[in-house]
Every structure is written in C-alpha cells, then in structure tokens.
Design a protein around this ligand. Structure first.
Ligand code: AMP
Length: 115
C-alpha cells in the first residue's frame, strides 16, 4: 500500500532521522535541516493539516498549543532578546511541506519586512 504519511509524520514516527526538541500527545518539534537562524525549530501538530487554509474552528486549540510550545522552546533555547514565529502558507509564501508547521527562529537579529 502507498505510504500516505507526510514527511513530518515520517519524522514523528522515527522513519526519517531528526534532532527532536519536544514531543507531547498533540505536537512535536525538531530542528530544521536547513536552519535560517542559530535557532530554527519546526513545531508540528500530529494531525496532518496541510496548510493554514485547511484549519477549521475545531483546530483552534491545537494551533494555540503550537504557540505555547514555541514560547517554552524560546525560553529553553535562551531567546530572551526576541524571536519570530512564522507559518508559511502556499507556494508564494515559500511553503514546501504540506503539513502545517510553525517556524521558531531566533539567535540573531531578524530583519523586517521579511523577504
Ligand atoms: P516551509 O518551507 O515553510 O514549508 O518549511 C519546511 C521546512 O522543512 C524547511 O525550512 C526545510 O528546511 C525543513 N525540512 C525539510 N526536510 C526536513 C527534514 N528532513 N528535517 C528537518 N527539517 C526539514
């Protein structure tokens, strides 16, 4: 049978190696393979929602969870000076993996507006 799991589900299952930073029953977080800042962690719900456009009201608590995990990780990673959280949505915004994920970036000055 075809493997319908997303790339990030394969990471959660341990079938693709990762540097895991956090796990609970709702979500997991691991270091980005191509970090754009000294700290670059992806926080991913276990539910494979493809993108922000596919979220429903039933997912509101889950999305909130991603942000509270980001805050915990920011403390743990020593990002007291500040950090950024980003959802890329759609190809024009640079989304490359169709399993919603919150980027946590920090450890260097982050320019604004972003590219
Ligand atoms: P996005 O471009 O917003 O869809 O983000 C996808 C992110 O996944 C990119 O920053 C990639 O560098 C990252 N990525 C892709 N494959 C892996 C992997 N095997 N392990 C960790 N991060 C990955």
């Amino acid at each position: 049978m075809a493997d319908t799991r997303t790339l990030f589900q394969k990471i959660a299952d341990g079938d693709i190696p990762s540097d895991m930073a956090y796990e609970d029953e709702h979500c997991f977080a691991f270091r980005d393979i191509a970090p754009q800042a000294p700290v670059h962690i992806l926080i991913v719900p276990r539910k494979p929602v493809p993108s922000l456009n596919d979220l429903t009201e039933a997912d509101e608590k889950l999305v909130g969870r991603l942000f509270t995990v980001a805050r915990k990780l920011a403390v743990r990673e020593g990002l007291a000076e500040g950090y950024r959280t980003v959802f890329n949505c759609g190809p024009a915004a640079g989304q490359t993996v169709d399993h919603i994920h919150l980027h946590l970036l920090g450890g260097r000055p982050l320019g604004w507006p972003p590219g």
